[in-house]
Design a protein around this ligand. Structure first.
Ligand code: HEM
Length: 550
C-alpha cells in the first residue's frame, strides 16, 4: 500500500525493528515529497523548542516560512506555548492621566490596569458618581490616545506580539462594552431606536450617533496589525483568553495542572478565572492526546500486522485520555457560578456579529474599526469551539461536522454545518495550518467495502478510519474497530457533558431572564447545534455499519 503522506520520518519505523516489504517503496514516495515530509518531521519532532520565535526584523515580518516548518505545537504543552506568556509589555510606567501623548506599547498596559482598577463595567453600571466619572475619563482617554504602530522588531518577538494582542483585545472589548446604554444588544427594533436617540443626546459632544460600535483608531489600528501578524482577526478569541492568558504560580514547579494561574479577566471574579482555567487544563491534558494521535499516525504509515495491534492499543489509550478531558470539563461546576457566567462574564464576549446599532437611521450589525477597516466587521466573540485540540480529535477520528461524508445518514436539517470550519479562522495561523495538514496532508490509498448495514459501499482515504474499516472486514479480529469506536464514544460523552454545561450556564439562566432568543457566543442555535455535533461524532463509528459486528 502506498501512502500519499505520513506522520513520521521513515527512520522511526525502521528503528522499530519491524520488517515491512512496502516500506522502501513508501519511503521513496515520501522522499519525493520533501516539503510535506519536512512538515511531518516538524510535527513528529521530539526535541523541546523555545517559545521565542525570532523572525526577520521588518515592518511586516513574513512568518510564512515558519508556518511551513513548525505548526507551533509543542511536545510538552501542545497548543499552549511551552514558556509562560509574558505578563506585561515592558517599558517605562506612565501616569496614564497626565501622559496620554505617550506612544509606547506599555502605555496600553497602563490603560488596562487603570480600566481594571476603576473597574470598568459592562453597560457602565457603576456603584457611585465618582466611578462613573472616572470611567468616562478613561473612555475619553482611550479615544484621545495616539495611534501607536508597533515596530517590526516588536512584532517579531512572538511573545510580545501575543501579549499585545491580549491587552488590545481586553481594552477593545472593555471600550465597546463599558459604554452606557448598551441596549443595542436588544434586537427589538423599537427599543433600539429609542436607545439610539438617548445615546445621541448623551454623546452629542462626540458627534457619533453610533459611538457604541465604533472602535477608535488608537485601539483598532495596532490591534489589527498585531493580530494580522498572529493570523487572527481583530476580536477576542480563545487564543487570547486561554492559550496566552496564564502564568505559573511557582515558576520552578513548571507546567502542572495545579500550578497555572489566569492573568487577565474582565470581572475580577473567580468564576471567570475558573472558566478560562478549565480550558487551559483541558489543553494541557490534551498533550497526551496529541502524542497518541501522532504515534497512531505513524502506525497508519507502517500498516503491518503489528501496526493494527498498536493502533488498537493507542486508540484505547486515547479513549481514556478523552475521558480525562471530560472529567476536567465537568470541573467547570466547581468554580464557575452559572449566574455570574451568564449575567456578568458572557456580555464581555459579544462582538460585532451580535451587536446592533444605528447610523444615520440605518440599523446594522457589526463594529467599525476606525482607521483599520473600511467596512463594518462582523466577527464572532470567543468560544472554546476555537480549540484546535478538539478540532484535531475530530479530524483524527474522521468526525464530519460539515456533513459532506456519509451523507445518506443525515436528514438535511442540520443547524450549522459551517460553524466548525468558520471557527478555524479564529485560531492562530500555525494551528490552523496544523489542522489543514491533518485534514488534507495525510490521506492513504482509498479503502472500499460494503460495510454499512444498508449495503452501501463506503470508501475512505482517512489514515485511521480506513484501517478500522479494513479491520472490520476481517471477522476474526475486531479489536481495532472496537478501539476506534470507543474513542468516538468517549468524544461523544465529552459532548454530552458539554451540552449539560451549556444548558446549565446559558439555557437555564436565559430562560430565567426571559430572554427571547438563546444563542451561543458563536451565534449558533446552541442546543440544536451541539446536539448535531454529538450526532456527527456517533455517525463516525464503524461498528454501526458492520453486518456481523461481534
Ligand atoms: C461554561 C462553560 C461553557 C459553555 C457555557 C459553553 C457553551 C458553548 C456553546 C453555546 C457552544 C456553541 C457554539 C457557540 O455558539 O458559541 C459551544 C461550542 C463548543 N464548545 Fe463550549 N462551552 C463551555 C465550555 C467549553 C470548554 C471548557 C470546552 C473545551 C475546551 C468547550 C468546547 C467547545 C467546542 C469544541 C465547541 C464546538 C462544538 C462541539 O465541538 O461540540 N466548551 N460551547
Amino acid at each position: 500500500m502506498v501512502q500519499r503522506g505520513h506522520f513520521l520520518d521513515a527512520q522511526s519505523a525502521k528503528d522499530d525493528g519491524r520488517a515491512c516489504d512496502a516500506e522502501e517503496d513508501a519511503c521513496e514516495e515520501v522522499s519525493s515529497c520533501s516539503t510535506l515530509r519536512q512538515m511531518l518531521a516538524a510535527l513528529a519532532r521530539s526535541m523541546p523548542k523555545s517559545a521565542y520565535t525570532p523572525m526577520e526584523s521588518s515592518a511586516r515580518p513574513d512568518t510564512s516560512t515558519l508556518a511551513a516548518a513548525d505548526f507551533d505545537v509543542d511536545v510538552r504543552s501542545g497548543f499552549l506555548p511551552p514558556e509562560p506568556p509574558i505578563s506585561r509589555l515592558d517599558g517605562p510606567h506612565y501616569d496614564v492621566r497626565t501622559h496620554a501623548a505617550s506612544i509606547e506599547p506599555s502605555f496600553w498596559e497602563d490603560m488596562l490596569a487603570w480600566g481594571k482598577a476603576i473597574p470598568i463595567r459592562v453597560g457602565a453600571q457603576y456603584d457611585n458618581a465618582e466611578q462613573t466619572k472616572e470611567a468616562h475619563v478613561w473612555h475619553s482617554a482611550i479615544r484621545a490616545m495616539p495611534v501607536c504602530m508597533p515596530s517590526g522588531a516588536f512584532l517579531s518577538d512572538i511573545r510580545r506580539a501575543r501579549r499585545a494582542c491580549l491587552v488590545l483585545a481586553f481594552l477593545s472589548h472593555m471600550y465597546i462594552h463599558a459604554q452606557p446604554d448598551l441596549g443595542q444588544y436588544e434586537q427589538d427594533e423599537h427599543k433600539a431606536e429609542e436607545i439610539a436617540r438617548v445615546k445621541r443626546s448623551r454623546h452629542g459632544a462626540e458627534g457619533k450617533d453610533d459611538f457604541v460600535s465604533r472602535l477608535p483608531a488608537s485601539l483598532a489600528v495596532p490591534w489589527k496589525l498585531v493580530n494580522e501578524q498572529l493570523g487572527l482577526p481583530p476580536v477576542l478569541t480563545y487564543a487570547t483568553t486561554v492559550l496566552w492568558n496564564w502564568a505559573l504560580e511557582d515558576p520552578a514547579a513548571g507546567m502542572q495542572l495545579s500550578n497555572l494561574r489566569i492573568l487577565e479577566t474582565f470581572t475580577d471574579t473567580e468564576s471567570e478565572a475558573h472558566f478560562y482555567r478549565i480550558s487551559l487544563l483541558i489543553e494541557l491534558q490534551g498533550v497526551e492526546a496529541i502524542t497518541l494521535m501522532r504515534i497512531s499516525l505513524n502506525e497508519a504509515f507502517a500498516r503491518d500486522a503489528l501496526a493494527y495491534q498498536r493502533l488498537a492499543s493507542y486508540l484505547t489509550e486515547l479513549a481514556a485520555t478523552i475521558k480525562k478531558l471530560t472529567r476536567l470539563l465537568a470541573d467547570m461546576y466547581t468554580g464557575c457560578d452559572p449566574m455570574t457566567f451568564y449575567h456578568e462574564i458572557r456580555p464581555w464576549f459579544k462582538a460585532g456579529d451580535s451587536m446592533w446599532s444605528y447610523e444615520h437611521g440605518v440599523r446594522r450589525s457589526g463594529w467599525l474599526l476606525e482607521g483599520a477597516e473600511q467596512e463594518w466587521v462582523n466577527w464572532t466573540g470567543p468560544s472554546a469551539g476555537q480549540s484546535t485540540l478538539i478540532h484535531a480529535l475530530d479530524l483524527f477520528l474522521d468526525v464530519d461536522h460539515a456533513r459532506r461524508k456519509r451523507g445518506a445518514e443525515y436528514d438535511g436539517n442540520s443547524s450549522d454545518t459551517s460553524f466548525m470550519e468558520r471557527m478555524q479562522a479564529y485560531m492562530p495561523r500555525y494551528h490552523r495550518e496544523f489542522l489543514r495538514h491533518l485534514q488534507y496532508g495525510i490521506q492513504v490509498e482509498p479503502v472500499s467495502g460494503s460495510l454499512r448495514a444498508d449495503g452501501a459501499v463506503e470508501t475512505s482515504d482517512h489514515p485511521i478510519r480506513s484501517m478500522a474499516l479494513l479491520s472490520s472486514l476481517d471477522n476474526a479480529d475486531h479489536a481495532l474497530v472496537q478501539a476506534y469506536d470507543a474513542a468516538l464514544q468517549a468524544l461523544r460523552s465529552f459532548r454530552d457533558e458539554h451540552m449539560r454545561i451549556a444548558t446549565r450556564y446559558i439555557v437555564k439562566p436565559a430562560k430565567a431572564a426571559a430572554a427571547e432568543e438563546i444563542r451561543g457566543t458563536g451565534g449558533t442555535a446552541l442546543i440544536r447545534f451541539l446536539s448535531d455535533c454529538r450526532t456527527n461524532t456517533t455517525n463516525a463509528m464503524v461498528k454501526r455499519h458492520i453486518h456481523n459486528a461481534p
